[in-house]
Design a protein around this ligand. Structure first.
Ligand code: DGY
Length: 357
């Protein structure tokens, strides 16, 4: 009896101690299975997750982030100064389930020595695949053709030699605005289509690419060269692929002047961030026929895009709701990596991908 009495409080004490040493993290969304499992199995972590299947409510987040050591967020959660301040001094890591980090106040993290994890390598292939799909759809009028069939127009448009014709990809010069991992993976996929040349504009105009992820620049199977400036990229590209990060320098880089320099047969594809492109200027360029078409996965003010939005109305614009990385395997890997980054930030060690601040 005595032994039983004395052992119970000791166990309770031990488990209380274990509870108190857990670190609090806040998740703005439930994760796909692999990531959720990894997190659940980690008994050092006390995870609080936004319970709804919808974007995290800001007030809920500001309330629940207090005292958190880690935040795991999505690309549509603003991780700004206000949120970081609300978390308080214990905050050690922000882990973003995304490649882009434009929703995060990098300066505020740096100031407080908070580490930032993100998931760029997990989604390279998925986004590169979608970029090829959008390129072909924009050139070959895939969106417009489908829309017409679904509108019941097919009986009024029997096969004819020039029905729904567009430019061919063979012999195209492909311009890359931003020449990182996704852009280079896209180029690798486009080479078998016998494109003739690639031009790129990175953060150092006219300079060779800093990283040659797949050895394509070294191989030069086709000429792959840096553009001198944005004007040259606009003027020479048959296909313009936008894959750069959104920064104050890249906001509206593709504007009326840029679009006005493009060929009438050119298409643009945006898989980066909406605000790199000036939406009004793009709508005007498409409407006036000063460029041929567009493939858009990201757009300014998404997801507030009504059916009568000028780009949704534009027949030569293929408009997708930001599904670049949306294949099951990729999202599962992103979840796993986001949790691993979170754990590294909380307990030490290297992240799968850490953003240098
Ligand atoms: C990201 O994760 O930043 C991308 O937008 C995926 O498409």
């Amino acid at each position: 009896m005595l032994r039983r009495f004395s052992s119970v409080p000791a166990r309770a004490l031990r488990s209380q101690r274990a509870m108190s040493t857990k670190v609090k993290v806040v998740l703005t969304r439930s994760l796909p299975e692999q990531g959720a499992k990894l997190l659940k199995e980690d008994d050092r972590i006390d995870a609080i997750t936004w319970p709804e299947d919808s974007p995290c409510d800001r007030q809920w987040l500001l309330e629940n982030v207090k005292g958190a050591s880690g935040i795991l967020c999505m690309l549509n959660d603003k991780c700004d100064e206000e949120l970081i301040k609300a978390a308080g001094d214990k905050l050690k890591v922000v882990s973003s389930f995304s490649a882009g980090v434009d929703h995060i106040a990098l300066g505020a993290l740096k100031e407080r020595s908070v580490r930032l994890g993100y998931t760029p390598s997990a989604l390279t292939d998925a986004v590169a695949d979608l970029t090829v799909m959008l390129t072909l759809m924009a050139q070959r009028r895939g969106g417009e053709a489908m829309r017409r069939v679904m509108n019941g127009d097919w009986p009024k448009m029997p096969w004819s030699p020039l029905l729904l014709c567009g430019p061919q990809i063979t012999n195209s010069t492909v311009g890359f605005l931003g020449f990182g991992r996704i852009a280079q993976a896209t180029l690798a996929r486009l080479l078998p289509f016998q494109i003739s040349k690639a031009l790129y504009l990175g953060s150092r105009p006219g300079q060779p690419a800093k990283e040659d992820f797949y050895g394509l620049v070294k191989d030069q199977k086709i000429p792959i060269q840096p553009a001198k400036n944005a004007q040259e990229l606009a003027e020479k590209s048959d296909i313009l692929i936008i894959g750069c990060a959104l920064t104050p320098e890249t906001k509206h880089l593709v504007n009326a002047d840029f679009l006005g320099r493009m060929k009438e047969t050119a298409v643009i594809v945006n898989i980066a961030r909406g605000p790199v492109v000036d939406t009004d200027a793009l709508a005007k360029a498409l409407n006036s026929g000063s460029i041929f078409g567009a493939g858009i996965d990201v757009i300014e003010n998404e997801p507030q895009i009504p059916a009568d939005h000028p780009l949704a109305q534009e027949p030569r614009c293929v408009l997708l709701p930001h599904i670049g990385s949306a294949n099951t395997e990729t999202r599962s890997l992103m979840a796993e990596e986001a949790v691993k980054n979170l754990q590294a930030g909380l307990f030490g060690g290297s992240m799968v991908n850490e953003k240098t601040l």
